[in-house]
Design a protein around this ligand. Structure first.
Ligand SMILES: *Cc1c(COP(=O)(O)O)cnc(C)c1O
Length: 377
């Protein structure tokens, strides 16, 4: 067993503790802990400016935000989505009594393949829920085109896409709603938190009601809303984190570039093409282990663990393979060949601002040395 310091796939970014004290003092002095307090309002404003959106509604976590986004648009029937995501994407549909219909992914982006969406549309389809997987934008124009043709809504699970832009601005502007997660493992975190990006004031007001039990005022409840509100502690954390986010993303970009350089040319190790800063947030560093590599993905993962390096098979298993989805016709492996193969090959390597060069070399040298074993043995 290795005695080397463990390296985990991610490590949450935290600002210096003493910088949080003034925020706590304000909360203690004001005695305002929740319900659209001053930090909540300030963080909504600050995020609108940072992300380049007009309206945002903060949530206690991303999953509640997904569930509420579907409520806000009154989504029913069937929704087309990707099996290659975190399970909360599809769970939010089941919480709304909606049937997920899985469509395969594009092998070059790991995002929902627009060319396969149309064949999955039925008279019950009401929406598409794609994911900007690993923070790489979906083919938003193609998806919008299909949605327009069939009168479908689009709810983007943008949990990975904080701070990601395309040529026209933030990717969060696409679709009817975009949902963010600020969980500890994400690029921008409030310990736990989430948000819905809204296209207009009317939609934001409706979502604000829905996350507060449906309350409009003391005497008026307009919907069977939920308690999805972000509290003042998490909102204050967000304001402090926001001061460090550009540095955190720049650190991630440096780590991304080093991986590309140090893993380049290893037979059977493939990764996504490099992207420019602002069009990426470097949230993940997935590699695909192909048959030319002497070890299987799982064997490599075990080898890394023996050296106290904890990568993650993300996303494996596919959502469609969990028991509550397996029985759906669209969950069949024949329907999802690319997602199935990707889930068997993918390994997300550690990436977080505090990962240093020596630690990164421990990872890349091991991956390279395993590739060479064939010749040494
Ligand atoms: C993290 C994540 C979620 C869930 O967000 P939480 O804030 O943890 O509830 C949903 N979808 C995707 C793709 C995620 O990565």
């Amino acid at each position: 067993m290795s005695t080397e310091k463990p390296i985990y796939v991610t490590q949450p970014f935290l600002p210096p503790l003493e910088e949080f004290t003034p925020y706590l003092e304000k909360i203690w002095n004001s005695r305002i802990l929740a319900n659209n307090g001053p930090f909540h309002r300030e963080l909504e404003q600050a995020l609108c400016e940072y992300l380049g959106v007009e309206y945002i509604s903060l949530f206690a976590n991303g999953t509640l935000a997904l569930v509420t986004a579907l409520q806000a648009l009154r989504i029913t029937g069937e929704v087309i989505t990707t099996p290659y995501s975190f399970v909360a994407t599809s769970h939010s549909l089941l919480w709304n009594g909606v049937k997920p219909v899985f469509v395969d992914i594009d092998p070059d982006t790991f995002n929902l393949d627009p060319a396969r969406i149309e064949a999955a549309i039925t008279p019950h389809t009401t929406a598409i829920m794609p994911v900007h997987c690993y923070g790489r934008p979906c083919d938003v124009d193609a998806i919008q085109h299909i949605a327009d043709n069939y009168n479908l809504k689009i709810i983007y699970d943008a949990a990975h896409a904080f701070g990601v832009n395309d040529s026209g601005g933030t990717v969060l502007r696409h679709g009817d709603l975009s949902v963010l997660s600020f969980h500890a493992t994400k690029v921008f975190n409030t310990f736990e938190g989430g948000a819905i990006v809204c296209p207009d004031a009317k939609t934001k007001i409706r979502i604000d009601h829905l996350k507060n039990f449906g309350y409009v005022d003391e005497l008026t409840v307009v919907a069977p809303g939920i308690n999805g509100k972000m509290n003042e502690f998490n909102a204050a954390l967000g304001l402090l984190q926001l001061k460090y986010i550009d540095q955190a993303i720049a650190d991630r970009q440096r780590i991304d570039a080093i991986y590309r350089e140090q893993l380049d040319g290893i037979p059977g190790v493939r990764f996504l093409p490099a992207v420019e800063v602002h069009t990426a947030n470097y949230a993940y560093f997935p590699i695909l282990i192909g048959t030319e590599y002497p070890l299987s993905r799982d064997a490599l993962n075990d080898r890394l663990k023996e050296h106290n390096i904890y990568a993650r098979r993300y996303f494996y298993p596919l959502i469609s393979n969990f028991s509550m989805y397996r029985g759906l016709p669209s969950a069949k492996q024949e329907n999802l060949p690319i997602a199935t193969e990707t889930a068997l090959q993918v390994l997300c390597l550690p990436i977080y601002p505090a990962l240093n060069e020596q630690e990164q070399q421990r990872i890349t040298r091991l991956i390279r040395s395993c590739a060479d074993t064939r010749h040494v043995a």
